[in-house]
Design a protein around this ligand. Structure first.
Ligand code: HEM
Length: 410
């Protein structure tokens, strides 16, 4: 059943007042599995329909299929896009070429090799809490840690890392915009910074071509695999994509995760006794409070029938993952945080061909960070509940998270 309503549900989802708790709106959304908004766009919030559409090739991710032709979405010179904004066969080829330098089957040990480094980075950041009784977990850990990790993955030398901390801050700014004029200014600034990051990667790629190392950029620029090598433009788009996609998401994962755990001290107690529980806790945290609340910008390239409704060709469709994850048709008592639940097929990393490329890295980063926080902070507790949130509705998480504690264990 399609429903047209006087009030745009999307407007209410974007309303900053709903940031701390968007879940009642999602409950309303799920009453109409496929909802047509006033402006002709579609919102889908039920688990089964989201899964169906994530796997439907008639829903395009290609920015050039959008009604505006992808204006403002191109990262490269002219109108070139990274693989998150492409369809097969271009998407699949570029994703395979990138994966050869990131994970199995070609580099099965690469990510595991980063674990010790991650543990050291987190340890040093928590060591710095000593002598204090309150910290902002976002500024002190959740924000800087993923930048350091993605720089390691790509092969950015440590001395250049501060540049990336600055750039990432600028690149995500459009998501914090307070209105159309502000958005335009922030977009311009983000574009300038992306262009700087591309120039930087072009220089670093040249160095790695001459003297390759054990990092992703070296792999991308020296690849002699059966499918050939990425073009320079695609390589730069991929490096910038990994920087952006790998950052804000993980910051919010660690922020939302810390918040949920502090609201459930009995789970913190269990984690202290059973540290291996962190793997299950992670899956439940991402289901319960997903950092990526929705996937916007899919476009139908044909009429698509779903949930009893036909979405017409050329419609913009938003898949509300955060709602699908709380659908009672997916798991019983979905508003309860329960690491013991058996349902594991959450939508936190999307699904289908665009399923999160960095999921194993994100899992490892979050498990290391939350595992160490739980183990080392004595009697941690929230100072403000709810905390102040970032403006961004789709990449949702706390802007600050003040945590008080009695001491720091070794
Ligand atoms: C907890 C943290 C993370 C979450 C919740 C998350 C979530 C997602 C989601 C929902 C998608 C699907 C987007 C779509 O369908 O259009 C996605 C795609 C992607 N993610 Fe992540 N992500 C996380 C961390 C990372 C990290 C650390 C990296 C970097 C290594 C990364 C790289 C990517 C890339 C490259 C894509 C595009 C995949 C494709 O188009 O084939 N993500 N992510």
């Amino acid at each position: 059943m399609t429903e047209t309503s006087q009030t745009s549900l999307m407007q209410r989802m974007l309303d900053y007042a709903n940031r701390p708790d968007p879940y009642p709106l999602y409950e309303e959304l799920r009453r109409t599995p496929v909802r047509r908004e006033e402006d002709g766009t579609y919102l889908v919030g039920t688990y089964r329909e989201i899964v169906q559409l994530l796997h439907d090739p008639r829903l395009s991710s290609d920015a050039r299929n959008r009604p505006d032709g992808g204006a403002g979405a191109g990262e490269g010179d002219g109108m070139s896009f990274s693989f998150i904004l492409l369809d097969p066969p271009e998407h699949d080829l570029l994703r395979r070429l990138a994966m050869r330098h990131f994970g199995p089957p070609h580099r099965p040990a690469f990510l595991d090799g980063l674990r010790a480094d991650m543990a050291r980075i987190v340890r040093e950041r928590i060591d710095a809490f000593a002598g204090r009784h309150e910290v902002d977990i976002v500024d002190a850990l959740a924000y800087p840690f993923p930048v350091t990790v993605i720089c390691d993955v790509l092969g950015v030398p440590h001395e250049d890392e501060p540049l990336f901390h600055e750039w990432v801050e600028e690149i995500i700014q459009p998501g914090e915009a307070t209105g159309p004029v502000d958005l335009e200014a922030r977009r311009k600034r983000a574009e300038q910074v992306i262009s700087k990051a591309r120039d930087y990667f072009a220089g670093l790629a040249e160095e790695r071509r001459q003297a390759p190392r054990d990092d992703m950029l070296s792999g991308l620029v020296t690849d002699d695999g059966p499918e050939g090598r990425m073009s320079e433009d695609d390589m730069l788009n991929t490096a910038v994509l990994l920087l952006i996609a790998g950052h804000e998401t993980t910051v919010n994962m660690i922020g939302n995760g810390t918040l949920t755990l502090l609201r459930h001290p009995e789970v913190i107690e269990r984690l202290r006794r059973e540290p291996q529980l962190i793997a299950r806790v992670f899956e439940e945290l991402i289901r319960y409070d997903s950092p990526v609340q929705f996937v916007p910008f899919r476009t139908t390239v044909a009429d698509v029938e779903v949930g009893g409704t036909t979405i017409p060709k050329n419609a913009a469709v938003t898949l509300v993952l955060g709602s699908g994850n709380r659908d009672p048709a997916f798991c019983a008592d979905p508003d309860r945080f329960d690491p013991d639940r058996e349902e594991r097929e959450h939508l936190g990393f999307g699904g289908g061909i665009h399923y999160c490329f960095g999921a194993p890295l994100a899992r490892m980063e979050t498990q290391v960070a939350l595992g160490e926080l739980v183990r080392r902070l004595e009697n941690p507790r929230l100072v403000n509940d709810p905390p102040p949130y970032r403006r961004n509705a789709f990449l949702r998480g706390p802007r600050h998270l003040q945590v008080a504690f009695d001491g720091v264990r070794d």
